[in-house]
Design a protein around this ligand. Structure first.
Ligand SMILES: *Cc1c(COP(=O)(O)O)cnc(C)c1O
Length: 468
């Protein structure tokens, strides 16, 4: 049997191998051949029951092709996010609109005026690319952009609160996704956290009594991913701003998501906006670029001109700054907010969040037959009502009505759990992995985020589902 295994040279000279060399290059093909031949040798020495044609040219070609395809597949790949969480941090949060993608391509493939003042013909400041738009949209005096909102909070704290105290309510010491915890960010930024009030109730006098010569600023953190209900009290931004200003201190608000749109008007759960915080007297507001704003990953800091100037002079700004791709995408996304009437149409995040159950059901009905066929013998499939979440720290108690394909294994009781896991895994192994969630004894595919343009791709690959 061993003698039947072709040599590297013979495999390399096969006509079909030449096609692979043209596509992938000689070096990777040679190394794929070596790996494959070693595998075959291994098989032969361990077992005698190999398919008769295993050393034939077509069989070798098929295995080489699939090995090369796998190794050339990019590590970062598109997936179908049917988990029901629209802004999913692990799945890349906001999807960019085409105008932003085009802006990124232009910025990446040609020289651009990233730090060049075209009017003056001299060196410019990259923040000038987005500052006028943010001034127009939020009423802020000034703006700057860093890598993400965690960096925005960190940089602002480090600039204004180094070796001093920052006063925050105990009810606002949030953790977002494990690695961002207000107390940790605060200590890494070199500030002392001065907690005031209790978990459920904090009053103005708690802040007043804590202000001293050591105080650097008052901070309010939007408790975006949980709600304290019942016997609660917190101090309004207006009152905190007034108190801070009485003592000559800055007042900062970390909004987290911070949409620029009026979500109430769109029929979505309301979220505070940066423009409201500024109007309430905040001196600085920080928010994310890729949460409800619907843009690229970024942290935006807006507010008082003198404070923003100080933040920009911090040497850490250089370490946290963003590149031209981010400015290009952010500029394009912010521009969409100038046309509020067509914002929902133009911005994927808001389009998906405001999709009606009727629209979602149309998509569910379109894909149902293909999924039923693929699941026959394994599971029943039905369209059921479900709830989507906004995600990325927006109130998890605010759910959006949606429709899902509920895939329930035929096996009940013992074995049902592992059958569900196998279904989940089979969907994840597809060329464009389909991600759902397991809930109430079913594998659920929330159809809210299956866009009409991707329906054919979805159906096309369902045939390849293999459940083992
Ligand atoms: C999400 C969030 C952050 C962190 O923002 P990233 O853009 O993920 O770095 C900080 N603060 C609050 C209140 C948040 O909701």
């Amino acid at each position: 049997m061993l003698a039947a295994i072709p040599s590297v040279d013979r495999a390399l000279n096969m006509a079909t191998t030449q096609v692979l060399i043209a596509e992938y290059g000689r070096t990777p093909v040679v190394s794929a051949i070596r790996t494959l031949l070693a595998e075959l040798r291994d098989h032969v020495t361990r077992s005698d029951s190999l398919p008769a044609d295993i050393f034939s040219e077509p069989a070798i070609n098929l295995r080489l092709q699939s090995a090369l395809q796998r190794s050339f597949r990019p590590s970062l790949r598109p997936v179908f996010n049917l988990t029901g969480t629209v802004l999913h941090t692990n799945l890349g949060r906001a999807q960019l609109p085409d105008v932003a993608v085009q802006a990124v391509i232009d910025a990446m493939t040609r020289p651009c005026n990233l730090e060049y003042d075209l009017d003056g013909g001299s060196r410019g400041d990259r923040d000038n690319l987005i500052e006028p738009l943010l001034q127009e949209l939020t009423g802020a005096e000034a703006a700057t952009v860093v890598n993400n909102n965690a960096a925005a909070v960190f940089l602002a704290l480090n600039t204004l609160g180094l070796r001093k105290e920052v006063i925050v309510s105990r009810g606002e010491l949030v953790e977002i996704g494990g690695s961002f915890r207000v107390p940790d960010i605060m200590s890494r930024a070199g500030c002392r956290l001065r907690e005031v009030g209790t978990t459920n109730r904090t009053h103005l006098k708690d802040y007043t009594e804590s202000i001293s010569a050591k105080t650097a600023m008052l901070l309010k953190v939007h408790t975006s991913n949980y709600a304290i209900q019942g016997f609660t009290a917190s101090v309004a931004e207006k009152n905190l701003a007034a108190l801070a200003h009485e003592h000559g201190l800055p007042f900062m608000v970390d909004l987290g998501s911070g949409t620029l749109a009026d979500l109430d008007k769109l029929g979505l759960p309301s979220e505070p906006t940066p423009q409201e915080s500024l109007a309430n007297g905040a001196d600085l507001v920080t928010f994310s670029g890729d949460k409800l704003l619907g843009g690229p990953q970024a942290g935006i800091i807006i507010g008082r001109k003198d404070l923003i100037a100080k933040i920009k002079r911090n040497p850490l700004k250089r370490a946290l700054r963003v590149d031209k791709m981010t400015y290009a995408a952010l500029d394009a996304v912010l521009r969409l907010y100038r046309d509020p009437e067509r914002l929902i149409q133009n911005l994927p995040t808001l389009r998906l969040l405001t999709r009606s159950t009727a629209e979602i059901e149309v998509v569910a009905k379109e894909v149902l037959p293909a999924v039923m066929l693929a699941m026959s013998g394994h599971a029943t499939v039905a369209i059921k009502p479900c709830h989507s979440q906004i995600g990325s720290g927006s109130l998890p108690v605010n759910l959006l009505s949606s429709e899902c394909l509920a895939i329930s294994p035929l096996i009940k009781g013992r074995g049902e759990g592992s059958a569900l896991k196998k279904i989940d895994q089979a969907f994840r192994q597809l060329p464009v992995p389909i991600l759902g969630r397991i809930a109430d004894g079913a594998f659920c595919l929330d159809m809210r985020c299956l866009e009409t343009v991707h329906v054919n791709e979805f159906i096309g690959q369902i045939r390849q589902l293999t459940i083992i």
